[in-house]
Design a protein around this ligand. Structure first.
Ligand code: NAD
Length: 294
């Protein structure tokens, strides 16, 4: 039985780790927040005292952290995990971070003969709980073959996007598009409601018409339209607006490097920054609806 060290047990990491337990892996878990560790122990994981302790003797390491600085801080440098992990151990870095950061970690891992993949995910907390995430993988195809069973225990679609960092490039492209679609959906719902339409009726019309998109299918931003969407539970849980703001910043950084013009992404970033400044950073990103409410 393979042992997996899982580090970062937040909104996404906790249910992903739980699915690995259900698939029969032995889990050693660590997070900076003790209650997050306790939640996984209750489901059969064993607790580690530190990230270094978690990776000791593990066959696979999975990390699910907030942003680039957390990932670089954990893996790199003399005290970093890569200096400690046994060569040959498989490292799957699933956080959404800058492609350049992912490449730095890839390079440091390669120098220590540690096979590593950048493998950000899509599908939200619902997908993490249901084990239906999409993995966008960057790195060596043979390493992906080895990692496939682990990804399959947490997700349904596993795409090889390309070489080192390509998973992260795919992810920032996807999230830029997601933000634009969410903002457009919220704007249209507010317009319809202000002109006398029932948001439930309008949502169904647009869902089945040419404006149909993922937000209308499973993540409606208008409270009460969709029972299981974060909007219907006060925008709690889900994907924090602050993290979407981070991802839109990553898309802008990526566009800067390649010289692309991304006006929609740039406007989306400005709107999400405004939302965060208004105090909504810790709420689900569909809380963008509030910008159009009044
Ligand atoms: P989160 O903030 O809920 O969880 C992050 C966890 O990492 C926290 O529990 C935190 O305590 C822990 N952590 C931070 N630094 C640590 C360290 N050095 N050692 C151990 N633990 C540490 O975030 P999340 O929503 O689970 O998102 C995680 C990543 O997945 C982010 O990069 C995010 O952009 C991405 N993502 C999130 C969603 C979503 O719907 N929430 C969807 C797709 C991708």
């Amino acid at each position: 039985m393979q042992t997996i060290a899982f580090i970062g047990l937040g909104h996404m990491g906790a249910p992903m780790a739980a699915n690995l337990i259900k698939a029969g892996y032995l889990l050693r878990v660590f997070d900076l927040v003790q209650s997050a560790i306790d939640g996984l122990i209750a489901q059969g994981a064993s607790a580690a005292r530190s990230a270094h302790d978690a990776v000791d003797g593990a066959d696979v390491v999975v990390t699910m952290l907030p942003a680039s600085q957390h990932v670089e801080g954990l893996y790199l440098g003399n005290e970093g995990l890569l200096a400690h992990i046994v060569p040959g151990t498989l490292v799957l870095e699933c956080s959404t971070i800058a492609p350049a950061s992912a490449r730095k970690v890839h390079q440091a891992a390669a120098e220590r003969k540690i096979p590593m993949l950048d493998a950000p995910v899509s599908g939200g907390t619902g997908g993490a709980i249901a084990g239906t995430l999409t993995f966008m993988v960057g790195g060596d195809a043979q390493v992906l073959e080895r990692a496939h069973p682990v990804f399959s225990a947490m997700g349904r679609n596993i795409f090889h996007a390309g070489g080192d960092g390509a998973g992260q490039v795919a992810k920032v492209c996807n999230n830029q598009l997601l933000a634009v679609l969410m903002i457009g959906t919220a704007e249209s719902l507010a317009l319809g409601a202000a002109n006398g339409l029932d948001p439930v009726v309008l949502s169904e019309i647009m869902r089945r018409s040419s404006g149909g998109n993922w937000a209308l299918e499973v993540y409606n931003p208008w409270p009460g339209v969709m029972e299981n969407a974060p909007a219907s539970r006060g925008y709690t849980g889900g994907f924090m607006a602050a993290l979407m703001t981070k991802d839109l910043g990553l898309a802008q950084e990526t566009a800067q490097v390649s010289g692309n013009s991304t006006p929609m992404g740039s406007l989306a970033l400005a709107l999400y920054r405004l939302l965060v400044k208004q105090g909504h950073g810790e709420q689900d990103f569909s809380v963008i609806q509030k910008l159009f409410d009044s």
